[in-house]
Structure formats: structure tokens, C-alpha cells
Write a protein that binds this ligand. Structure first.
Ligand code: SF4
Length: 597
């Protein structure tokens, strides 16, 4: 009875707080999740289930993530004095994160929100009303659209990551970076299918919106591209026929593009623009004749599927997008310290697949630096380790440890075998001979070696010196010298010892895919892919922080027991006040009341 009374009292308090919130903000609905409860919300659970709940991701989410969600960034997208009240905005943002973290469909998400007690605990959902624990598919879609279109995924990532970094005292001095290839929800198409699908999409739209114009198109063309069965024939073309088929579909595409280029309504259609794009990327017009380009001449940012025009092509990994991920790592060999160290992903950036990794390093360092999470030492593969990147990162206080880019020199003796001063001047050749003279002009340097010594040297055949009139000359510039130094360092044990931790990021990519399904998303289009992938990365940070929290043995249990202690004190005080009140109304004390004092 007492428990029921408490629960109903809690519900009343919740309703009142919601009403107050609505009155203050009219239609913008946010609850206060920072204030504790007078009565324990998990009282109905036994101690074991209660412990499970507190130790799970839900406990961590409620304790460290929920209050950090940037609800204020959502508020400008709603009208404060018109329309229906919004869903509770902390719940909305929390649901969006947990959906991606657990890789759920919209339908599954709605069921989990409605009936899953772990979700209720994580999102601090009070009461059992539909208003608190139900969201319609349309609302979920709308909220996600608002968050996606306005780039809230980046803010969500930064707020949650910063909160976890602070709560777990993450050491960001050592980090590593790499990228992973991901795919949106689109079919992989060959060249012929790209033509056929694009024409099919255009004809379909034309039939819907411009019936008269569609009727003017030849029946042969309609029959070739409109029925689904006819379309599937394009995927069964024999390799020996593919060239002829490509010529046919190219000619059809050109005919349609030329036919409607003068019609402003049709030319403004998205599907018409896709046809024009395919024509310019895949075909060449020579003297009015259309021919398909050679495969190697087609740009990597060409259209891969008309259903996802933003997806591009990577020569090694195929069609889709890529995600840049930078994370902290611990290098402790202590078996106890390892599980208690949080390897936090501090930076995430989604890009099209055709972009190289070189450009991604400095934005990652800067983005982390803006949040006081910049690394002192950053491990990366050779794609990130260009000379320009290393220098730019050093200016920002980060040392990049990566193998030098460029072709490996096959010579036995290279520039790295010469001895240099700190200023980049040669002081000895691999045989230990000092140069007879040196010249330095801005970034270019020349060292002249004794002709007599070099001509009798057994290394002459492999040495990079070139014979001149008076000497053998070694010519190099600052960049070549820096690369030589790096290549010399790469051969050392010190480099191997520091660089071995880079490979650990491959496990992170695998974890991202196993836990959140990042490599095969349910969405299409750059914005939706970026939103989904970024929230999945937040999810991995939450999973990792939960594991570290368990390893450290800390949870909300302490706070809960404190809350329970306060609750007991409150109950005791209430009893005393009630007893005093009764005594005041009836001054003649009964033996039982006296006994309670
Ligand atoms: S060829 Fe000349 S510069 Fe090269 S190692 Fe021999 S002595 Fe030294």
C-alpha cells in the first residue's frame, strides 16, 4: 500500500513538473533530469536486477549522458506558442542515440521505448503514461529529420564524448587515427545498370508528373526501361555483349536528355539532372556520336546508384562512404590497468568514399584540440603521414608517427644513410667521409665529395651522388632530407615500439561494425549516413565506458544508496511531524504515541 501510495505521489509530482515546464515554455517540453528523487524508482526490482540495471549501459547513460544532451539546440526548431507540445526533448535525443547504438529499425525503437524498462531507466522516463513512453513513427521520423538536417549529430557527439572524457579522466595524449569504409542502403550496380536505373527513374517520374510528355516517348523505349522484368535483363548481359549494350543505353540516354533539354519543367526534375550527370560522367560526345568512356576514365565521384546520388567510389573498397575515426589508447602492460582505461573515440567525420585520407588528419587534430582533447602523439598509416601533414600537426603541438609516404627507394644507399646536422646539413657520407664543400640556397642544398675517394668507393654504384667536373655531388632539398630522416627512424626499434599500437584501431573498426552495424547502414544520402554513423560511434563510446565503469567497480549504486538514505530520513521526519501534529490537535497523549517518541 505504502509503495503504491509513493508511486502515485511520484506520478503526481511528475505530472506537476511537466505542467510547470509546459506553462513556462508553453509547447517546448523538457524535464529536469538533474534533480534526484525523494523515492527510489527501482524499488520494485529485487537487489540483483537492480544491480544489473545500474551496471548496464542504461545506468551509464542515465548518469553521464542524459543530462549532457544538447536539447537547447533543438528548441529553435519548434514554435513556443503554437501547435502541439513537443515530446520530452531529452527523451527524443536519447532515443535517437540508442536506436543507432543498438542498430534498430523505427518499429523496433518504438516498441523498446514503450515497453523496455532498461530504456525507461536510461531515459529517466517517469510514470507510465503514453505521453512519457510512446512516440509515433511519424514523430520519430520528424525528430530525426530535424536533427539530421541541422547537423545535431556533431553536437551530440561532442557533448557526450566530452562528458565521458571528463567523467573517466581520459588521457588524450596518445591517439591513433584510421578510416573505415561503409555502405548505405543501396544496391551495387554495374555500369549498364546505372544507365538503365537512371532512365527508369526518369521515365517513372515523367509518367507521374508529365503524362502527356511521357506519352510522346516511343513505345520501344518505354518497353525497354519501364517494366521491372525488362530492367532485370540488363543485369544478365553477357560480358561479350556488354560493349554493344552500353552503346545502346548511352544512345537512349542521349536521346532523352536532348529531347527534354528545352523544357524547363522537365529539366528541373531531379531525375533529369541525374541523367545529365550520368551522360557527362560516363559518355563522350564526338561529332554528335555518343560513345561510352573507358572504365579507367570515369571519375571516382561519379554516380554509383540513382537511389543514392551522394555515394562515390573507392578503387580499393568499392562504392559508398568512409568514416574517419580517432581514438585514445593506453600503452600500459599492466593487466589490471588495461580494462580500467577508457579508449575513447574523440573524433569522427563521415566523408564520401572517393576522398583520400591525407586531408583528414589536420581537421581531426583541430576538432579534438577545440575540446581540449588534442593528442601529443598521433599514430597513423602512411596515407595520413605526408610531410605537409606532419609539419602542420607539429605546429599544433601534435607529433605524427607514421611511415613516410611515397615510393620505397630501391637503392642500397639512400639519403637517410648520410649523417646530417640538426639544421639539415650533411656532415658525413655512409663511408664516414666529410664533404669537401657544401652550398645552401634557401631550401636546396649541395654537398661535394672528393672525386678521388668516391671513384674508388665500393658503394659508388648505389650511392645517390652524381659525378661532376671537380667533385661527386649530392643534391637534396629540405623535404627530401626530412623524409630521409623519417625513413631512417622507421628502421629503428624506437619507431617499432611506438608504432605497434596503431594496429589496435582495426579492432575498433570491427567493434563498430559488430556492435552497431556501421558498415551496412539502413539509410541513403550523405546527411542521413553522416547522422547514423556518428551516433553509432557515440554508441561504441557508451559501450566502452560501461565496461570500464564495471571494471573500476563504480556505479550509481553509491548515489542510489545515498538517495535511499535521504529518503529514509525524510520518511522518519514525516512520521515525527505527523505525530507532533496529532499531539497538537489532541493534547492528551495516548500511551502508543508516547511510546513512539
Ligand atoms: S661514393 Fe663517395 S659519397 Fe658515396 S659513400 Fe662512397 S665515398 Fe661516400
Amino acid at each position: 500500500m505504502l509503495l503504491k501510495a509513493c508511486n502515485s505521489f511520484c506520478d503526481t509530482v511528475d505530472i506537476m513538473s511537466n505542467i510547470n515546464a509546459l506553462q513556462e515554455n508553453r509547447m517546448i517540453h523538457t524535464n529536469d533530469h538533474k534533480t534526484g528523487y525523494l523515492f527510489d524508482q527501482l524499488d520494485h526490482l529485487g537487489p540483483k536486477r537492480r544491480k544489473l540495471m545500474e551496471k548496464s549501459w542504461a545506468g551509464l547513460f542515465r548518469e553521464h549522458v542524459l543530462c549532457e544532451l544538447p536539447v537547447n539546440e533543438m528548441i529553435p526548431f519548434f514554435t513556443a506558442d503554437f501547435g502541439r507540445p513537443t515530446k520530452e526533448l531529452y527523451t527524443v535525443l536519447g532515443v535517437l542515440i540508442i536506436q543507432q547504438m543498438q542498430d534498430l529499425t523505427d518499429e523496433q525503437t518504438i516498441y523498446q521505448l514503450a515497453f523496455n524498462e532498461q530504456w525507461h531507466y536510461a531515459l529517466d522516463i517517469k510514470g507510465k503514461s503514453d505521453e512519457a513512453a510512446y512516440m509515433s513513427p511519424k514523430t520519430l521520423w520528424n525528430m530525426r529529420k530535424i536533427a539530421t538536417d541541422n547537423g545535431l549529430d556533431r553536437l551530440l557527439f561532442e557533448h557526450v564524448t566530452d562528458a565521458l572524457a571528463k567523467a573517466f579522466s581520459v588521457d588524450a595524449s596518445r591517439q591513433r587515427i584510421d578510416s573505415v569504409h561503409i555502405r548505405s542502403n543501396m544496391r551495387r550496380l554495374g555500369r549498364i545498370r546505372i544507365f538503365a536505373e537512371t532512365i527508369h527513374k526518369f521515365l517513372n517520374n515523367l509518367r507521374r508528373h508529365q503524362k502527356d510528355l511521357y506519352g510522346a516517348i516511343s513505345q520501344e523505349l518505354q518497353d525497354r526501361y519501364m517494366p521491372k522484368e525488362a530492367l532485370s535483363c540488363f543485369s544478365m548481359v553477357k560480358p561479350s555483349d556488354s560493349h554493344n549494350t552500353l552503346d545502346i543505353v548511352s544512345a537512349d540516354l542521349l536521346e532523352l536528355v536532348q529531347c527534354f533539354c528545352g523544357n524547363s519543367h522537365v529539366a528541373a526534375m531531379h531525375s533529369y539532372k541525374l541523367m545529365s550527370r550520368v551522360l557527362s560522367e560516363q559518355c563522350e560526345l564526338i561529332e554528335g556520336e555518343v560513345t561510352s568512356r573507358r572504365a579507367k576514365d570515369i571519375p571516382s565521384d561519379s554516380l554509383q546508384n540513382p537511389s543514392d546520388p551522394d555515394a562515390t567510389y573507392d578503387g580499393h573498397k568499392g562504392q559508398g562512404y568512409q568514416v574517419q575515426v580517432m581514438e585514445t589508447y593506453g600503452d600500459s602492460a599492466d593487466g589490471k590497468a588495461k580494462p580500467e582505461t577508457l579508449n575513447l573515440i574523440t573524433h569522427v567525420a563521415v566523408e564520401t568514399a572517393c576522398k583520400g585520407d591525407t586531408h583528414a588528419l589536420i581537421p581531426a587534430v583541430e576538432s579534438a584540440g577545440e575540446r581540449n582533447l588534442a593528442p601529443d602523439e598521433l599514430l597513423a598509416d602512411s596515407h595520413y603521414g605526408s610531410d605537409d601533414n606532419c609539419r602542420a600537426a607539429r605546429e599544433r603541438g601534435t607529433e605524427v608517427i607514421a611511415p613516410a609516404m611515397g615510393p620505397r627507394v630501391s637503392q642500397i644507399v639512400t639519403l637517410s644513410d648520410f649523417t646530417f646536422t640538426d639544421e639539415g646539413r650533411v656532415i658525413a657520407c655512409p663511408r664516414g667521409h666529410a664533404p669537401a664543400q657544401t652550398k645552401h640556397k634557401k631550401t636546396r642544398h649541395t654537398a661535394a665529395f672528393n672525386k678521388e675517394l668516391c671513384s674508388h668507393c665500393p658503394l659508388l654504384k648505389d650511392c645517390p651522388v652524381k659525378e661532376g667536373k671537380a667533385h661527386y655531388y649530392l643534391r637534396y632539398d629540405d623535404k627530401a632530407q626530412r623524409l630521409a630522416r623519417r625513413r631512417a627512424f622507421e628502421k629503428s626499434d624506437a619507431f617499432r615500439d611506438r608504432y605497434r599500437f596503431r594496429a589496435g584501431i582495426e579492432a575498433t573498426m570491427s567493434e563498430l561494425d559488430r556492435r552497431t552495424g556501421i558498415k551496412r547502414l539502413r539509410v541513403r544520402g550523405f546527411d542521413a549516413v553522416r547522422f547514423s554513423a556518428t551516433l553509432k560511434v557515440i554508441g561504441v563510446n557508451i559501450f566502452r565506458a560501461t565496461a570500464v565503469r564495471i571494471a573500476r567497480g563504480g556505479s550509481r549504486a553509491t548515489a542510489q544508496s545515498l538517495s535511499r538514505g535521504i529518503s529514509l530520513v525524510c520518511s522518519f521526519l514525516k512520521e515525527q511531524i505527523y505525530a507532533w501534529w496529532r499531539l497538537f490537535l489532541n493534547p492528551k497523549p495516548c500511551p502508543l504515541q508516547v511510546a513512539t517518541f
